[in-house]
Ligand binder design. Structure first.
Ligand code: GUN
Length: 284
């Protein structure tokens, strides 16, 4: 029997409904609405699409959107000055600087300048460190969303093996920390891994974030495994394809995320949840 699809749109909608209700309850109790500043630099079409969907989600959930836009020629000093201004603005709860940034910008310095308690992307080393210490504060949105998807199909995590294919700073590495926090026995594959197929074949949970279409073959999947595909690759025919060979993997897995409609919608939903959490934490 082919795998059951994990409906990311539906899970994301339930997260958004929960956030909308919690925001409304806060406002009814006399608090101001949470506020999210989104900083966009330049005119990269993909970044524009992502930032637009984040701003629209704010409006739909009763979160105040604070849009900031810089020309691609912005200097490091200008960008840092804006982060400093948003850090000091008590009416702003969350700050997101969309990446990638232009080549003249030192991205690490910009991310580290954001106050950790306003870092709703969960990219700041403080927040990654808290996750590594099993004391999470603001958690990276995509890995956090993957955990929500796994919980939606009652993944037990404990006594289960997980493999993360991809070791990026913003996705693969925090994904490892999330899986360990949840109780799974996690392995990470990266460019120097000798036998990716063998590692995948041993795993009860397979999470892939490499950005290469159909890099993980269906035949590698352990029968009955749960497969989470974080990849979104635009093909020459204009269609989107994941990092997993979907049809073949679906024949072996028990649960699998589609692309699109799997992990994609979760990132914005978890960003909204983080913005609410940041507002609650800061009000304390
Ligand atoms: N670029 C692609 N995804 C993201 C994200 O989740 N946050 C930020 N800040 N930039 C991104």
């Amino acid at each position: 029997m082919p795998a059951q699809l994990i409906d990311g749109k539906a899970v994301a909608q339930s997260v958004r409904d929960r956030v909308r209700a919690a925001v409304a309850a806060r406002v009814a109790a006399g608090h101001r609405p949470p506020a999210l500043a989104t900083v966009l630099v330049g005119e990269d079409p993909a970044s524009e699409v992502y930032v637009r969907s984040k701003r629209k989600a704010c409006e739909e959930l009763g979160i105040r959107s604070v849009p900031v836009h810089f020309d691609a020629s912005v200097t490091q000093e200008q960008l840092l000055a804006e982060v400093d201004r948003l850090n000091a603005d008590d009416s702003v709860d969350g700050i997101l600087v969309q990446v990638p940034l232009p080549a003249q910008i030192d991205t690490t310095q910009v991310i580290e300048r954001i106050r950790a308690d306003k870092d709703v992307d969960g990219f700041h080393p403080y927040n990654l460190g808290r996750l590594a210490q099993r004391l999470p504060m603001l958690r990276p949105c995509t890995p956090y969303g993957v955990i929500e998807l796994l919980k939606s199909v009652n993944e037990p995590f404990k006594h289960r093996t997980a493999v993360v294919v991809g070791a990026s700073n913003n996705v693969g590495r925090p994904m490892m920390l999330e899986l360990m926090l949840a109780g799974a026995t996690a392995t990470c594959c990266h460019r120097f891994t000798a036998d990716v197929a063998g590692e995948v074949a041993r795993a009860d949970i397979v999470v892939v974030a490499v950005g290469r279409p159909e890099m993980v073959k269906g035949a590698w999947i352990k029968p009955g495994a749960t497969v989470i595909d974080i990849g979104i690759n635009r093909m020459p025919d204009g269609k989107l394809r994941g990092d997993v060979e979907f049809e073949a993997a679906r024949e072996r897995a028990a649960f699998i995320t589609p692309v699109p409609g799997g992990v994609g919608p979760m990132t914005v939903a978890m960003l909204m949840q983080n913005t609410l959490e940041a507002a609650v934490l800061r009000a304390k």
